[in-house]
Design a protein around this ligand. Structure first.
Ligand SMILES: *[C@@H]1O[C@H](CO)[C@@H](O)[C@H](O)[C@H]1NC(C)=O
Ligand SMILES: *[C@@H]1O[C@H](CO)[C@@H](O)[C@H](O)[C@H]1NC(C)=O
Length: 503
């Protein structure tokens, strides 16, 4: 999950715009899917010990991704053997089919007893970013436990999810659970370096089989704690969309020559001016499209005057809030396609005018726009025929998934949050400004949700892709419990959730 925390910090910053909070609880929405014969999410002391030791073992396998197509295949193979060893029930259950895809990714097909119910899908990724030893309190692949925390690369991103999904299913199977609704578990092995060899192949395989799923749940968002100033109130955010990307190379190719008889403009000058125009002319502010306004309005209830009024009457304060969002780069990333000039190359010798100058621009596309629209805008802003454009890499934003009362997947996540984290009263939709494997599954469903059932504090964000990444033993147990309940909740028939808006 590349720099995933930026999205959250963005929201946090919104809240920091002079906003303090008051405590006020909100009517609980959502619906309990009552079921007979429900297996309680209670685990024995012994099971809890096994659970955490199993996670530690997974952390110890250095499944590092280095660059697209380059990852530690020895470790990935070892990881495959490891899950077979620690989750034996899963691997011998007749209604679960296991396949290795793309050499190292894993796909589990769990066949439910009621084929009329549309299946869903749980995602996580096995690979981790590199972790140089420097700065760590314990070696990053030791999986050591200290003061109630398990340390190591992957404890938050994202072996916790890989192991918690498999662990909760293993525990359910041991209790003779048979799901009604079928589901897939897809564990990619190269998410950190595009997911082209893992998630993309799994998705293609399922597509070839004609599979359509009701919804997908992946990593990406959390329960945020301590993010609202002056408040102890946590809020859960379920990310319902993801930005797209356009990596563009701008090139100027003009006649070269000696620097003693220079032309009026050189390739460097022309390109520098083009790049400067791009920086000076931001892409349009599209505040108002996507879930952001809902997010702000739901959070409004928790804020103090005047922020609560401003956000509650957004239709009135629209221009003000829209402008405030632009004021810092975190919130700015939520209201527009961003433009970042990342490379600039030209020239080889002090007295030679270089014929060619090149720059690359990384544009992250807001879900309200498309790659083509953004490319046209860039060309219009640059407005210079001498500048050529080459698309290096591009993908469209992931469309916004539904998050209304009828959205089955969203409501299931909501319902499970309310039961496992009863103290969390605020559950809001959000946008993810980085990438997850889930975007590769857009052809299987229009409902993709990104949520990890974990508390995140501001300091935790620096540990993901940084040093001293760690998860508390209690948080991991809770994550297992969440998925254990979620799988059972998903067995409910798909029915519209009754309207219970507060007046
Ligand atoms: C790859 O993983 C193996 C363990 O499976 C480890 O011994 C080896 O050092 C790792 N290689 C790199 C380059 O990290
Ligand atoms: C620049 O233009 C010249 C002449 O048209 C061509 O030979 C050269 O390949 C071009 N360079 C690049 C990097 O496109």
């Amino acid at each position: 999950m590349a720099s995933f925390y930026v999205g959250v910090l963005a929201l946090v910053t919104v809240l920091l715009i002079g906003i303090a909070t008051v405590s006020k609880s909100k009517d609980q929405r959502g619906r309990e899917h009552q079921r007979a014969l429900r297996i309680p999410s209670q685990f024995s002391q012994e099971e809890c010990v096994t659970m955490k030791e199993t996670l530690k073992g997974a952390i110890q396998i250095p499944t590092v991704s280095f660059s697209p197509g380059k990852y530690n295949t020895t470790a990935l193979t070892e990881f495959g053997e490891y899950i077979r060893k620690v989750f034996p029930t899963m691997f011998k259950t007749s209604f679960i089919q296991h396949e290795v895809v793309g050499g190292y990714s894993h796909l589990f097909t769990v066949r439910g007893s009621d084929p009329s119910l549309q299946p869903y899908m749980l995602l996580a990724h096995i690979d981790v970013v590199p972790a140089p030893d420097h700065g760590w309190e314990v070696p990053p692949f030791s999986g050591l436990e200290r003061d109630g925390f398990i340390y190591g690369r992957g404890t938050l991103d994202n072996k916790n999810s890989v192991m918690a999904i498999l662990q909760s299913l293993e525990l359910l199977l041991i209790r003779n659970y048979i799901p009604r609704r079928s589901f897939f578990i897809a564990l990619g092995h190269d998410e950190e370096v595009t997911g082209a060899d893992g998630a993309q192949k799994i998705s293609a395989l399922l597509q070839a089989r004609g599979v359509q799923v009701s919804f997908v749940v992946d990593e990406g968002s959390f329960i945020f704690d301590g993010f609202i100033p002056n408040s102890k109130k946590p809020f859960a955010m379920i990310a319902v969309s993801e930005k797209g990307m356009l990596n563009l190379m701008l090139q100027v190719n003009v006649t070269s020559g000696h620097s003693s008889i220079p032309p009026k403009e050189t390739s460097i000058g022309i390109l520098a001016a083009a790049v400067s125009r791009l920086e000076q002319t931001p892409m349009p502010n599209v505040f108002g499209s996507g879930p952001l306004t809902i997010t702000l309005q739901e959070l409004a209830n928790e804020l103090s005057f005047p922020a609560n009024i401003v956000l509650k009457y957004l239709w009135l304060f629209w221009p003000l809030v829209s402008r405030l969002m632009e004021r810092n780069y975190f919130t700015n990333a939520l209201v527009r396609t961003t433009t970042a000039v990342t490379m600039f190359n030209a020239g080889v010798k002090m007295n030679v005018i270089p014929p060619v100058a090149q720059a690359t621009v990384d544009l992250r596309i807001h879900p309200a726009q498309t790659v083509q629209e953004v490319l046209e805008l860039v060309k219009n802003i640059v407005a210079d025929d001498r500048v050529q454009f080459h698309v290096l890499k591009a993908f469209e934003p992931v469309p916004v998934s539904s998050y209304d009362d009828q959205a089955f997947g969203y409501q299931l996540i909501r319902q499970t949050i309310q039961s496992i984290f009863p103290e969390v009263n605020i559950i809001v939709p959000g946008t993810f400004v980085a990438y997850s494997d889930s975007r590769h599954y857009s052809s299987l469903t229009t409902n993709i949700y990104r949520f990890n059932p974990l508390y995140m504090q501001i300091q935790d964000f620096h540990s993901v892709h940084g040093v001293n990444e760690k998860i508390s033993v209690h948080a991991y147990e809770t994550q297992v419990k969440f998925i254990f309940e979620f799988i059972q909740n998903a067995d409910a028939d798909q029915q519209p959730v009754p309207h219970q808006h507060e007046l």
